[in-house]
Design a protein around this ligand. Structure first.
Ligand code: IMP
Length: 195
């Protein structure tokens, strides 16, 4: 029987991308992939740290401790360059609180008057916890957030983010193009060089 690699996320968009990167970078190819959906009554970790890296490790360590399976987790989000670290590790929480990603954009842009875009950076921390080693890799992509979403592909804030050197939002790109341009690609590239 093959060993299992647990993906410590229930976010479908993220899971699809993580599965792509594991294949693309030949990481843990010999392992059966399972997700947190296949765990019964294991609850969820409290992601209360102040950095993406710490929160990613909280998730991986939590599921590793419960299952004993090597676990890979991602904590991600964006910051508006002129807003300190906001929303940062709260990226998912503010969307939940305000009801949608569009509402988050409306809230952020309302603080800056009449402008159409804001410089921003997307981050992805990938944590891998195994029985004998831990890895923690941070990828980032600079670009800009726009106030009104464009495009239908991807997930989360993809319609609002235009990475540097592109004219298109992540959500306007074909999935292969986004997969190669993203913060998550950078994080997995670093991870693949360390394993
Ligand atoms: P987490 O699950 O706590 O890491 O929250 C991540 C947040 O950032 C969620 O609101 C996601 O929608 C958003 N996010 C992370 N990566 C991406 C991405 O590649 N595209 C769009 N939104 C993303």
């Amino acid at each position: 029987m093959k060993n299992k690699l647990l993906l410590g996320s229930s976010n479908k968009g993220k899971l699809n991308e993580i599965k792509f990167y594991l294949k693309y970078f030949s990481i843990y190819l010999d392992f059966d992939l399972i997700t947190t959906k296949e765990l019964n009554n294991f609850g969820e970790p409290i992601e209360d740290a102040l950095t993406f890296q710490e929160n990613a490790e909280i998730k991986s360590q939590y599921y590793f401790n419960l299952t004993g399976h090597a676990t890979i987790s991602d904590d991600s989000g964006f910051i508006i360059d002129d807003m300190g670290n906001y929303p940062g590790v709260k990226t998912a929480r503010v969307a939940k609180k305000l009801g949608s990603e569009q509402n988050v954009m409306n809230d952020i842009f309302s603080k800056f008057g009449n402008i159409s875009h804001l410089n921003a950076t997307f981050f992805c921390a990938v944590s891998l916890v195994t029985d004998n080693k831990k890895y923690n890799c941070l990828g980032k992509v600079k670009g800009k957030m726009i106030s009104q979403g464009i495009g239908n592909n991807g997930f989360g804030y993809d319609p609002y983010f235009i990475p540097e050197q592109s004219e298109k939002t992540f959500a306007e790109m074909q999935s292969n193009e986004k997969l190669k341009a993203s913060h998550r690609f950078q994080a997995f590239k670093i991870l693949s060089s360390q394993i």
